[in-house]
Design a protein around this ligand. Structure first.
Ligand code: PLP
Length: 394
């Protein structure tokens, strides 16, 4: 019996929420090493190497800073380093995480302006362009989008958002939350002209929770020189100064950094393009299962489908939370709950991180058995549809 389980269950727990994701054994082994002196000579070498190699995952040559914090901390860091009290920012409310980011901005005395969505698709670049064109005085200092909206399973096309900002000839910074996409879906900090990329350890990067990241463009670094929001822990300047020699201004999460080192090696060894293709394939197999069951996918725009997770709507009058509880009880699998307005309306299947074909077939098998046990109307054969696709596209 694993220490985190309240009752004896044999076999591994299936952690199929869209983050935290499954941690590869190689990463667990890497963390299972003695904590080292973070001021000692060996740490600088390790730190410098890691801070350099992590850039590949962001597809950037710019600096990446690492905080011992959850993703929320990196949201705050991105805002406090680049903005001043009262600054206007344009945010797209694609779902619950975008909503939480906006609330955080408001508490920091930033003035978010919202472009709404129906939570069934990603950001609309045309709407962003139109709003920026109106802003002749350039009062909007940043555009904030969530790349993979983990609450809905819809992604925003960051390349198109960049083009929209450029088409409007607007100087706003582009801040992008990749907390659940980095390391699972293609994301190019440099090529897409992103100014601050925000990320976290516990999703695509296949680590336990506890690290978060900012990748910082030259333009964002410049903005940090004049930004007036109070910042201390999140201040990039002392962090970058210490990072130059591989050290950190305060105690880093040393053992999580060992894990990060191993996780980045694994992603690079597999090849980022292969990692992305693997996630695309799992997502397609999952959608085929969902359609066969006769259930609805929350994301209505195929160009915005997430390869990290699939959010599935339940028929009117059926409880997604009851279904999840049944599956946990009977089959020892955790699925993601519906967040905000989607609470009890959807459940979310995570297919990210350290994950393979048979884990996906097991996951979908658990869902299909659960649908029957929970009395949700469905058509059998979803797992078969997924297997047909996986088998034909090995
Ligand atoms: C998980 C998540 C967050 C929140 O990150 P924490 O690590 O829980 O602070 C923010 N945005 C997105 C898109 C997420 O998936």
């Amino acid at each position: 019996m694993a220490y985190y389980q309240s009752k004896p269950v044999s076999g591994r727990h299936f952690l199929q929420i869209p983050g935290p994701s499954n941690v590869p054994d190689r990463v667990l082994r890497a963390m299972d090493n003695p904590t080292m002196d973070h001021r000692g000579p060996d740490f600088g070498k390790f730190g410098k190497g890691l801070l350099e190699k992590i850039k590949a995952v962001f597809q950037t040559t710019s600096p990446v800073v690492i905080y011992p914090a959850s993703g929320t901390g990196a949201w705050e860091a991105a805002l406090t380093n680049t903005l001043s009290p009262g600054d206007r920012v344009l945010m797209v409310e694609t779902g619950w995480f975008a909503h939480l980011w906006r609330e955080l901005a408001e508490r920091l005395s930033i003035r978010p302006e919202l472009l709404g969505t129906d939570w069934r698709r990603g950001a609309d670049p045309a709407a962003i362009e139109a709003r920026l064109r109106e802003d002749k005085a350039h009062e909007i200092k940043a555009v904030c989008v969530v790349h993979n909206e983990t609450s809905t399973g819809a992604t925003s096309r960051v390349d198109e958002v960049r083009r929209a900002i450029d088409a409007a000839g607007h100087p706003a910074l582009l801040l992008v939350d990749t907390i659940s996409s980095l390391g699972s879906m293609d994301f190019k900090h440099d090529a897409w002209g992103v100014d601050v990329t925000i990320s976290g350890s516990q999703k695509g990067l296949m680590l336990p929770p506890g690290l978060s990241f900012n990748a910082i463009s030259a333009k964002a670094l410049k903005a940090a020189e004049t930004a007036k929001l109070p910042r201390s822990y999140w201040d990039w300047r002392p962090m970058l100064a210490a990072n130059a020699t591989g050290y950190f201004p305060s105690t880093p999460a040393t053992n999580l950094l060992y894990g990060l080192d191993a996780a980045v090696d694994m992603l690079v060894e597999e090849g980022l393009d292969n990692v992305f293709a693997r996630h695309d394939r799992f997502a397609e197999a999952t959608r085929r299962a969902v359609r066969q069951w006769g259930l609805e996918i929350q994301c209505e725009e195929p160009r915005h489908y997430s390869s990290v997770l699939t959010a599935v709507r339940l028929p009117e009058g059926h409880s997604a939370n009851a279904l999840r509880a049944t599956i946990l009880e009977k089959h020892n699998m955790s699925l993601g709950n519906g967040l905000g307005q989607l609470n009890d309306r959807v459940f979310r299947i995570g297919h990210l991180g350290d994950f393979g074909d048979l884990q996906l077939v097991g996951t979908l098998g658990g869902v299909e058995m659960g649908l029957k046990a929970a009395g949700v109307p469905y058509k059998p054969g979803g797992v078969q549809a997924a297997m047909d696709y996986l088998g034909g596209n090995a």
